[in-house]
Design a protein around this ligand. Structure first.
Ligand code: MTE
Length: 363
């Protein structure tokens, strides 16, 4: 067993903070990703929170500040469910690292993503009870974990614009796949902001603050931002840069695996595709010649669910030799993926949604 009861085949990047992702074949096995397969992305400790003593503070630009226990949250509000994909902004950073080094960042493969059934209180119900105050434009979240910084430790945080926070899909989730949240996924309460990069779905939630401006937490103000390709760690002004929000359309080949051998004839290719911001995956194109020619994959489960990922499958005919099988998806805004990681390279290694592919050797 890997730490936190993760599947034995889990790829553990770091033990502390705990960062781990599943191999892609395992990830593609189930439309709803089981907890033991779901990636885990942490910047600091994985706190052990006593649910009895737990309180959620709601404050800032609200009419009535609140302090809510788990009993208040589970008993005093409607319970809502959403099947939502969570993608880390660093998913597929490994592919960007092949373009140019990205020191000090986790080399995620394409497994920093998972799709679960989340249940909890719609955030907007809690905000309605608190009363949204004048001037509130952003909902900022803070966790109970401790991240080591230069000036001591501090908790992880982030924010979403108020209009996102008021969407019915955004939950204060206390369940994942029909069970209480596992500890490493934020027990007893986390934000689930479907359609946004995972960074904004703050785990071990301790506070919500309505603000005029985005959160000033380091992870909102200086990390999880997109910089141009010519910016470097030395030259970038971290107060600049685009704060990442909605996920970009993305897709990956999960089977066959990289460098897998196959016999000549029809080969089944399978993977996942996702779109952010409530957009749907409209089409998935697969190429067996590195993008010279394309065929359309069949879309499976998830194609009709706005916040979930979509599973896809295509059968291609492969003759003897080496093939580069690549995939790209198109979302309902007609956005598609760039060909090469070099086109979207940035020094933090975020949002790599270039074509994903595997080398397949046919004997
Ligand atoms: N929340 C807290 N408190 N601390 C964290 O380190 N990591 C964020 C987000 N919420 C993080 C957090 C990031 S970057 C991602 S991608 C998701 O949690 C990962 O969620 P998971 O570990 O449940 O897969």
């Amino acid at each position: 067993m890997a730490p936190f009861g993760k599947h034995p085949r889990t790829i553990v990047h770091d033990g502390q903070p705990f960062n781990a992702e599943p191999p892609l074949g395992l990830l593609r096995r189930s439309f709803i990703t089981p907890g033991e397969v779901f990636f885990s992305r942490n910047h600091g400790s994985v706190p052990e929170v006593d649910p009895d003593g737990y309180r959620l503070a709601v404050g800032g630009l609200v009419e009535r500040p609140l302090s809510l226990s788990m009993e208040d949250l589970c008993g005093g509000f409607p319970k809502s469910e959403v099947v939502a994909v969570v993608e880390c902004a660093g998913n597929r950073r490994e592919g960007m690292m092949e373009v140019a080094p990205i020191p000090g960042e986790t080399p995620w493969g394409a497994g920093a993503v998972g799709n679960a059934r989340w249940a909890g209180v719609p955030l907007r119900e809690v905000l309605a009870l608190a009363g949204v105050g004048d001037g509130a434009r952003h909902a900022a979240f803070v966790g109970l974990d401790e991240v080591e910084g230069e000036d001591g430790s501090f908790p992880y945080g982030g924010s979403v614009p108020l209009e996102k926070a008021l969407g019915p899909e955004v939950l204060l989730a206390y369940e994942m796949n029909g069970e209480l949240l596992p500890r490493e996924h934020g027990f007893p309460l986390r934000v689930m902001a479907p359609g946004y990069y995972g960074a904004r779905s703050v785990k071990w939630l301790s506070g919500i603050e309505l603000r005029e401006t985005p959160s000033e937490n380091h992870f909102q103000a200086s990390e999880y931002k997109l910089f141009p390709p010519n910016a470097t760690e030395e030259t970038a002004d971290l107060s600049e840069g685009l704060m990442l929000g909605e996920m970009q359309v993305n897709a990956a080949v999960c089977e066959p695996g990289e460098d897998e051998e196959s016999s000549a004839g029809p080969v089944s290719v399978r993977g996942y595709a996702l779109a952010g911001g409530g957009r749907r995956v409209e089409r998935v194109d697969v190429s067996q010649d590195g993008g010279e020619t394309w065929t359309q994959a069949d879309l499976g489960e998830g194609a009709e669910e706005p916040w979930a990922w979509t599973f896809w499958e295509a059968t291609i005919d492969l003759g003897p030799g080496e093939h580069r099988v690549v995939v790209r998806a198109v979302d309902s805004s007609a956005a598609t993926q760039p060909k090469a990681a070099a086109e979207v390279w940035n020094f933090k290694g975020y949002a790599n949604n270039s074509w994903h592919g595997v080398r397949v050797v046919v004997r």
